[in-house]
Design a protein around this ligand. Structure first.
Ligand code: UGA
Length: 450
């Protein structure tokens, strides 16, 4: 099939490349010329395991900044642009609406074409987009009969994006149009049935999963996306709330999470306590869900509590640091980890960065290190007063305390003996509980977990 993917961010580029790999002819479209030029030379604009390798495979994958180049041969058009938060918590729909506008202005349907919203959009936006495109196309071409629409939310995780794209737990197709449903199930058939040749450079879950499909209406599909992300966020907040009580009463939170997770109904995932959740999705989606509810005069106290507990984790960590160091002005503090989670260079909306900023605000001298995110951080946070260090030991030099803010595996294998020699006072705050079960490695430190 001929596929167009509007947006080459995390969702768009991984979807485009995977669809090309399974045999479709795909064109990726983006307004960012720099990104498109990188992609044309087979380079990924984001750091994602296996993506550079995938982009250099022989396949039918092209890129352009001009939608008109490819829109009229497309069988399926994905809208996969960002929906960041507005200051009031609502999702910013300007990119999605402008993609819809571009389609509406350039599409001249001479064969069936299915327009699919992959971006995370609030409930009702799929139908708004459909209305806008149908009206304009009818005005220009006299008929909208060949247009079909579906919501198809995306569930990939950064850092595992390709693995999640090739081996998803489920597909959600939100459409009441049989043709759209048929086209999407045909498009994704090799993934739904897991019949493609596994790419060697993409992590495959063991056992290879059985991908499930749910066919529903667009409103339910939109809500499945928000309800899933926010459920995961509140699962983490719940683990963090329990961890706070365990700190007072005694007990081993890792064992408690493990013990809970052995119950199939609870499952072992997203129960890891620590500094809390960040990234481009959980914070924005929880706020968007709360804003949607507020618009309809509906209270969501559980979601609000998940957000509050997540914020409280940062305050708890700062308080722990104050309890040991007493005063912060002039203290030298090494922050290990800036990305919002390991295996990504994404340092946006990162709780780790919030901690570094708060320490600077309180006049501490803050050195920062990250295995992958340092280059991004140097650009985005150049005016925050951080001292960027390319090595953890450089960051630890003469420090009054070290804080592990992101659970990078690399930090497990640092020579902690050398780190202890480098610091001025051996306080180690492990805000991700990375070394909680390997205390031997850090026995030269006063160890404080979360
Ligand atoms: C999340 C969802 O997991 C994806 O399914 C979804 O598609 C994506 O949002 C999205 O909407 O685009 P992602 O933001 O990449 O994916 O990150 P996660 O791996 O879910 O982690 C989110 C945050 O939770 C991170 O800050 C991580 O450190 C934290 N976390 C995760 C915990 O604190 N504890 C855990 O047990 C798990």
């Amino acid at each position: 099939m001929n596929v167009v993917c509007i947006g080459t961010g995390y969702v768009g580029i991984n979807t485009a490349a995977a669809l090309a790999y399974i045999g479709h002819s795909v064109c990726g479209v983006d307004i960012d010329e720099h990104k498109i030029n990188l992609l044309k030379s087979h380079k990924a604009p984001i750091s994602e395991a296996g993506l550079d390798e995938l982009l250099s495979q022989k396949m039918n994958l092209t890129f352009t900044t001009c939608l008109e180049d490819c829109v009229n041969t497309a069988d399926v058009i994905f809208i996969a642009v960002g929906t960041p938060s507005l200051p009031n918590g609502h999702a910013n729909l300007s990119y999605v609406m402008s993609a819809a506008e571009d389609i509406a202005n350039s599409l001249m349907p001479i064969h069936d074409v299915t327009i699919v919203v992959k971006s995370t959009v609030p409930v009702g936006v799929n139908s708004m987009i459909e209305r806008q495109i149908r009206d304009k196309v009818t005005m220009r071409c006299g008929s909208d009969a060949l247009l079909h629409f579906s919501s198809n939310p995306e569930f990939l995780r950064e850092g595992m994006a390709l693995s999640d794209t090739f081996y998803p737990d489920r597909f959600v197709f939100g459409t009441e149009d049989d043709k759209a449903y048929q086209m999407l199930t045909t498009l994704f058939a090799p993934i739904i049935d897991q019949t493609f040749e596994p790419p060697a450079f993409v992590e495959m879950p063991d056992p290879r999963p059985k991908t499930q499909c749910i066919h529903t209406d667009a409103i339910s599909a939109e809500m499945i996306k928000y309800a899933s992300n926010v459920f995961l966020a509140l699962k983490i907040s719940y683990a963090n709330e329990i961890a706070g009580l365990v700190e007072k009463l005694g007990g081993n939170m890792d064992d408690i999470s493990r013990g809970m997770g052995m119950d199939k109904r609870i499952a072992p995932y997203f129960l890891k306590s620590g500094l809390g959740w960040g990234g481009s999705c959980f914070p924005k989606d929880s706020l968007a869900l709360l804003s949607m509810a507020k618009d309809y005069d509906y209270q969501m106290p559980i979601v609000q509590a998940a957000v509050d507990v997540n914020e409280r984790q940062k305050t708890r960590l700062i308080q722990k640091v104050i309890d040991k160091l007493h005063i912060l002005p002039g203290r030298r503090i090494a922050i290990l980890g800036l990305s919002f989670k390991p295996r990504t260079d994404d340092v946006r909306n990162s709780p780790s960065v919030d901690i570094a900023k708060e320490l600077v605000r309180r006049q501490a001298i803050v050195t920062v290190h990250d295995p992958q995110g340092l280059d991004n951080a140097r650009v985005i946070y150049k005016n925050e007063g951080f001292i960027f260090c390319t090595d953890p030991i450089e960051a630890a030099q003469n420090a009054d305390a070290i804080i592990i803010t992101t659970d990078w595996a690399e930090y497990k294998n640092i020579d902690w003996k050398d780190m202890a020699k480098a610091v001025k006072t051996p306080f180690l705050f492990d805000a991700r509980n990375l070394l909680r079960n390997e205390l031997d490695k850090v026995k030269d430190f006063v160890y404080i977990g979360m």
